[in-house]
Design a protein around this ligand. Structure first.
Ligand code: ZN
Length: 350
């Protein structure tokens, strides 16, 4: 895994609905590698690598991350906020954030809360809620109101690290891992392939699978893979039968989650490629979770779809943890599938 590239992707803020900085990071990297690139009003990037035009394959990763917005500036200068995307408020206490301002660049804030010594039992009941938290920007009220505006986007602030055996921790591994995988696949693909391959870097997934709805409607693919992350539950306190995926055991091939049953032909083909090429993989059957795979499967006609899920511990926090080998396995699988993909295998015969 090219950790330098991943660091760059993870460190660039891309709050839901304001993904412009990451879009500007990705565009120059992909322009030399594809035949056409466009953006749309949702901020999606849609890049086409032309093949023999036999069918359309869509490979999607979302560029947004769980984030927040300024909703109120207190007289004293402290900021109140709402979250955009599912963040567990317990993980926000005592964290640093980055706030994107209109005129003053990106500024640092500290998420503060009432000290434990002063919590009443009524406070304790609300302690793990966003309402109990505020952002200290170190500025007085007058200055804060000049610098910040209602709606300014906020992202978690945490530098990526490598640790343990092949592990790394960062904010927004969900879904910068997917972005990284698509960039590597783009780099590695040969010139010739049957499929016209559409790489989509879509917005606002964490806010409700939004950007992808427009991208898939635009492309109308025959086959699609969502390349995303999912919670690995291989940690203390979880019964072993509920782990779903484990770190380091390979890329997850999602057969079933809360909203989607993947195309069985695509699942079988992905497993076949993994077995033939010795790519570590694990099957995911989960009662929770949803992602852009659901959107691609049914929002632009019937599409043969499957989601590939990089296992991530502590998902939607600023200390997400993943295994580099699982990411590398995903690159190999997506690359081979893009070359071998065969729509007639995935649709029942009349
Ligand atoms: Zn995701």
């Amino acid at each position: 895994m090219d950790f330098k590239l991943f660091e760059k992707l993870s460190s660039t803020p891309a709050p839901c609905g304001r993904e412009e900085l990451l879009r500007e990071t990705i565009l120059p990297l992909i322009k030399p590698l594809v035949d056409e690139v466009k953006t749309d009003a949702l901020g999606n990037i849609i890049a086409l690598k032309k093949g023999k035009g036999k069918f359309k394959l869509m490979l999607d990763a979302h560029i947004d991350e769980v984030s927040a917005r300024v909703r109120y500036i207190e007289e004293s200068g402290f900021l109140r906020f709402v979250t955009t995307g599912g963040i567990d408020a317990r993980t926000l206490v005592a964290q640093r954030v980055k706030i994107q301002t209109k005129k003053h660049g990106i500024l640092t804030g500290i998420i503060g809360s009432k000290p434990a010594h002063y919590l009443t039992s009524a406070d304790l009941a609300k302690a793990a809620s966003v309402e109990a938290l505020f952002i200290d920007t170190g500025l007085d009220g007058k200055t804060a109101r000049e610098v910040f505006a209602i709606g300014d986007p906020i992202t978690l602030d945490r530098a990526p690290i490598e640790f343990g055996k092949d592990l790394f921790s960062a904010k927004a591994i969900d879904d910068r891992a997917g972005v990284y995988i698509l960039l590597k696949v783009m780099e590695n693909l040969p010139k010739e392939h049957d499929a016209d391959i559409y790489f989509t870097f879509t917005t606002q997934e964490e806010f409700g699978l939004i950007g992808c709805q427009c991208a898939v409607f635009d492309i109308k693919p025959d086959v699609a893979l969502a390349v995303d992350t999912t919670g690995a539950l291989d940690t203390p306190g979880i019964p072993v039968q509920d782990y779903v995926l484990r770190l380091g055991q390979g890329i997850g091939i999602s057969m079933v989650d809360r909203t989607t049953i993947a195309n069985q032909g695509v699942v079988d083909h992905l497993v076949e490629i993994c077995q033939k090429r010795k790519i570590p993989h694990q099957l995911r059957v989960a009662s929770r979770g949803s992602n852009n795979g659901m959107i691609m499967q049914r929002h632009a006609g019937a599409v043969a779809e499957c989601t590939l899920s990089v296992p991530v511990r502590y998902i939607h926090s600023n200390v997400e943890v993943a295994n580099k080998n699982d990411v590398d396995a995903a690159v190999a699988l997506v690359e081979n599938f893009a070359l071998e993909c065969c729509p007639s295998r995935y649709t029942p015969e009349i």
